[in-house]
Design a protein around this ligand. Sequence first.
Ligand code: FAD
Length: 422
Amino acid sequence: MSNRVVVIGGGIVGVTTAFFLQRAGLQVTLIERRSGVAQECSFGNAGVVAPGYVGPWAAPGMAAKVLSMTFQAHRPVRWHPRMSTAQWSWLRAWWRACSAERHNSNRARMQRLALYSRELLLQIGRSLQLDYEQRTGYLQLLRTPKEFAAAQAHAAKLTELGIRHRLMDAAEAREHEPSLNPDTLLAGALHLPDDFTGNCALFARLIRSQAQALGCELRFGEAVDAIETSDSRVTGLRVRSVLGQDARLGCEHVVVAGGVGSAALLAPLGLRVPLLGIRGYSATTLIHAPEHAPRESVMDEHYKVAVTRMGNRLRVAGTAEIGARGDTHNRLALETLHKVLQDWFPAASRSSTATYWHGDRPMLPDGAPLLGETPVAGLWLNLGHGSSGWAMACGSAQITADLICGNAPGIDLDGLRWARYQ
Ligand SMILES: Cc1cc2nc3c(=O)[nH]c(=O)nc-3n(C[C@H](O)[C@H](O)[C@H](O)COP(=O)(O)OP(=O)(O)OC[C@H]3O[C@@H](n4cnc5c(N)ncnc54)[C@H](O)[C@@H]3O)c2cc1C
């Protein structure tokens, strides 16, 4: 094979893929339509790397739970029904994937990948001495006895996976994280000492520099309009610059890692990928009283909102909006983020310093990403990482490099390949 590979997309998934491919000895070109890496969904996420919590949103009882929350002011999921075939067929497929059997097998696939990925991320960080504002430890806050009971069941699964954890009652949790507001009701917490958080966008920029130093070509401000094929084989790309100039780039190997933009590139080739962008929000504030800020990252299980300490800032991130349109922030979603911050760490930072962000998670209905070859020779996928793209990026990138180089991947890829949609 020719050793030139083009990676489409400079989010966390694409940029780590470019790095792993270049490190494997291939000549890589990364094409990104924005002016740099991690400027879409990988920009302002929560930064959590917690493999035991990685899993599909399609879960038993989830549909009823989402509907029951419809009239709550602060709710983790908001749905805007649209006259859109894509939205309805995605929801139908999501609903079908909610059975216990499918949920369990999809979760096992995602956790296998996330555990593999965490090791690679730690290894790379150590070997390249990268500082991406990482912080060890993750505390899941359980507000109600019902959430505590669910965490007990989850703890048993973590034991099966060999993930270290400790279930704490409220007093132990408050002793462990003294900055928690004593006035907010707490039933208990689940602590995961080996999980961690880090600044995903910062890591993306650091790994981009590493890829570049190895010889990777970076082309920013260029959008891929089409993937060209002949006899079911990739022959090149049609690329448009920000100035509107069209060009053709000949190549035999392409990795599609374009987040929510991937489906539009694949559809003309007859490859229908049911990707939907599920919007999430974050608010980032300056810490002004470090003693009142969390030492470790926490996840409010009730609102599914994470509070992460990144350098001298606090990142509050979460919520899911299905059918969001336009580029404006949903005020109600931002209010939910502020409520969680106020509930737990009211004195840590001032809301007047907050900067806001939203990103569209590239989500497949059954949750697990799609990796590897396609029926078109030379066309490879690395997409659909949904709510866990940062946690799964390094593993997915290494697997992509192994497959393209003809090496055996480091984990079983059952249910993560294109065959799942055939
Ligand atoms: C609020 C929120 C919190 C989150 N928290 C976490 C978390 O704690 N842990 C975690 O693991 N994950 C988290 N996620 C999910 C994570 O952010 C995503 O899974 C991840 O960023 C997806 O990365 P990506 O590279 O696939 O997509 P993106 O980052 O969106 O990158 C895709 C890139 O492809 C480019 N592109 C698309 N089409 C083209 C084209 N035709 N030509 C050229 N370029 C193109 C885009 O410009 C974009 O830069 C969170 C997401 C949100 C919204």
